[in-house]
Design a protein around this ligand. Structure first.
Ligand code: 13P
Length: 348
């Protein structure tokens, strides 16, 4: 390892320390607006700002959260009192990160498949985000399971792009979160998801090696291995934990400091239960830290409580804190359903 990469490795380890997780609050404007619309919240910049203020000012969040992933709009925003969100996070000891991909577009010639954009000008954008205080970055690639998808071409193309992004991040001194997401939409079995996730992760690590990315200075942000939402057999949490860990042990080198799952649209409590099952069954035998980097599975209950109304801010913050605490417990295999009774009036 080159000596100038030590800060990267240190940051990656800090992000994964203490069985804490990552708050993904990097929804693009379109995604954030879609979630607001479903709750009847005005889809304006000011409401997005208010909502992100609610998240970052949650008292005690740092007890369970090591890092927060921001969006371009958010990293430049401030509280109503004029404090930059990024400064609030740093004061709490939460490491700020930034989503740097520009979203997905249809892959030419490959119907139904996507490739993630954003490499043009990325070196300059990363430098600018670093100047603003970001210490890590995120890039998401998506793969959907269909009769003939994902194709090898789609997997290899996205893996190469992820590796180029990761190399540029490390050159800039930012830890890359490498996020290849195999979507849970569809009628496939858990075995099919395992096969595809194995294929994708192998291609991604192959590309990372070829692009000379230092694995000690990355975080992997994968999907859990799940049956498709329309598949008739919905496996239990222990089966999902076993399938997920088998896949990760098969594909992720021990030099990677941590794996932080996306939630991918799983029901909120199930995401926690499944993470907990992995730790209950495998904790002592895992070579990497294994934690959460959820957006929906941390935020959705809080968003449903807030509904854009100032009077609900406190209750929404309690909900966010509660989900963070439950997932922190899951990282120790000590989460129990009784924990959900602590705050009785929350809807999940
Ligand atoms: P979900 O946890 O909602 O899948 O989101 C993950 C993510 O990467 C959002 O930035």
């Amino acid at each position: 390892m080159k000596t100038d990469q030590q800060p990267l490795v240190t940051t990656a380890r800090q992000l994964m320390a203490g069985k804490k997780g990552i708050l993904a609050m990097d929804e693009s404007t379109a995604t954030c607006n879609k979630r607001f619309k479903a709750q009847g919240i005005p889809e304006t910049e000011e409401y997005r700002r208010k909502y992100r203020e609610l998240l970052v000012t949650t008292h005690g969040l740092e007890e369970y959260i090591n890092g927060a992933i921001l969006f371009d709009e958010t990293i430049k925003q401030s509280t109503v009192a004029g404090d930059l969100f990024i400064d609030i996070l740093v004061k709490k000891g939460i490491i700020p990160g930034i989503k740097v991909d520009a979203g997905t577009v249809s892959m030419a010639g490959f119907m139904g498949e996507k490739v993630t954009e954003g490499l043009d000008g990325l070196r300059e954008r990363l430098a600018a985000y670093k100047k603003l205080g970001a210490r890590f970055a995120k890039w998401r690639a998506v793969f959907s399971i269909g009769t003939n998808t994902p194709t090898v071409t789609c997997i290899k193309t996205n893996a190469n792009v992820l590796a180029q992004y990761a190399a540029l991040c490390q050159e800039t001194g930012l830890v890359p979160f490498v996020e290849p997401e195999v979507l849970m939409d569809g009628g496939h079995s858990i075995e099919k998801c395992a096969e595809v996730t194995n294929q994708v992760l192998q291609a991604v690590f192959n590309a990372l090696h070829r692009h000379r990315v230092n694995l000690e200075g990355i975080i992997l942000k994968p999907n859990m291995v799940l049956p498709g939402i329309d598949h008739p057999i919905q496996n239990n949490n222990d089966e999902i934990a076993r399938a997920t860990i088998a896949c990760l042990l098969n594909c992720v080198p021990a030099s990677v400091p941590g794996i932080a799952f996306l939630s991918g649209g799983q029901p909120t409590l199930l995401a926690t239960e499944r993470l907990n099952a992995m730790h209950r069954l495998f904790n002592a035998s895992l070579p990497w830290a294994l934690t959460f980097s959820f957006s929906r599975a941390l935020q959705q209950p809080a968003l449903e409580i807030w509904k854009g109304n100032d009077a609900n801010i406190n209750a929404a913050q309690q909900s966010l804190l509660h989900r963070a605490a439950c997932n922190h417990a899951a990282c120790m295999g000590s989460y129990t359903p009784e924990m959900e009774k602590v705050i009785p009036n929350l809807i999940y």
